[in-house]
Design a protein around this ligand. Structure first.
Ligand SMILES: N[C@@H](CCC(=O)N[C@@H](CS)C(=O)NCC(=O)O)C(=O)O
Length: 220
């Protein structure tokens, strides 16, 4: 099995965590997405990491890679056992990509004039997660058992520290379950090995901003 990944990529981090949870051996190819290798588009149709090669097939999109890994390597299972519980897991995985990430992204890229509004939007999303998403007794998203939902959110909750340190974002004080959930997931060995200090994430954010500005200046 081979994984094309980038150290700083939160999407690739999702898949690295799941591979570690499953105890799977794989060859890691580190791809600097700001400086892609020649022929990269032949490996990654969207030009993005992560990409997994396994069993003669190529899988991309972190959510789909993780679902594939859970189906192809069912031990330990990372999706619940009943259709209803699996539907719930998928609702939160979808919420992460369609609501939480856009809100977090808007905050990160807001100008000074738009930041207050972006912070209010992000607060609202985090409160929704606190109230509706973390309704089980924990310690994990769906209760006692860790699942793909935990690993879908973890890299992006980790990166809220960038908002905090760069722009003074504060999590709503009433989001206690979210904090407890984050602390519990960070304790898993599969996750611990992927965590980085806030300063490192800030440096990656700076590199990303620079790359985007260069691309814009070049008319891309
Ligand atoms: N929806 C994709 C997003 C992957 C993604 O955006 N990866 C970024 C790095 S964090 C990337 O490869 N960007 C390179 C590019 O867009 O050219 C997933 O879940 O896998």
């Amino acid at each position: 099995m081979e994984l094309y990944s980038y150290d700083a990529c939160p999407f690739a981090q999702r898949s690295r965590i799941v591979l570690a949870e499953k105890g799977l051996d794989y060859e890691l190819h580190e791809v600097d997405v700001h400086n892609k290798p020649a022929g990269w588009e032949r490996i990654s149709p969207y030009g993005k990491v992560p990409v997994l090669l396994d069993g003669g097939g190529r899988i991309y999109e972190s959510r789909i890679i993780n679902e594939y890994l859970d189906e192809a390597y069912p031990e330990p299972p990372l999706m619940p056992g009943t259709p209803l519980a699996r539907a719930e897991a998928r609702i939160w995985i979808d919420y992460c990509d369609t609501r939480f990430l856009p809100a977090s992204h808007r905050y990160a890229w807001a100008d000074d004039a738009g930041r207050t509004e972006a912070a209010a939007e992000l607060d609202e999303v985090l409160r929704f997660l606190e109230r509706e998403g973390l309704a089980h007794s924990g310690p994990y998203w769906l209760g006692k058992e860790v699942s793909l939902v935990d690993f879908h959110y973890l890299p992006f909750v980790e990166r809220l520290a960038v908002h905090e340190q760069l722009h003074g974002y504060r999590w709503p004080a009433d989001c206690r379950r979210l904090r407890d959930w984050y602390a519990a997931v960070c304790e898993r060995p599969s996750v611990k090995g992927t965590l980085r200090p806030a300063e490192w994430h800030i440096e990656q954010h700076r590199r990303l901003r620079e790359a985007i500005e260069q691309r814009r200046a070049a008319g891309g």
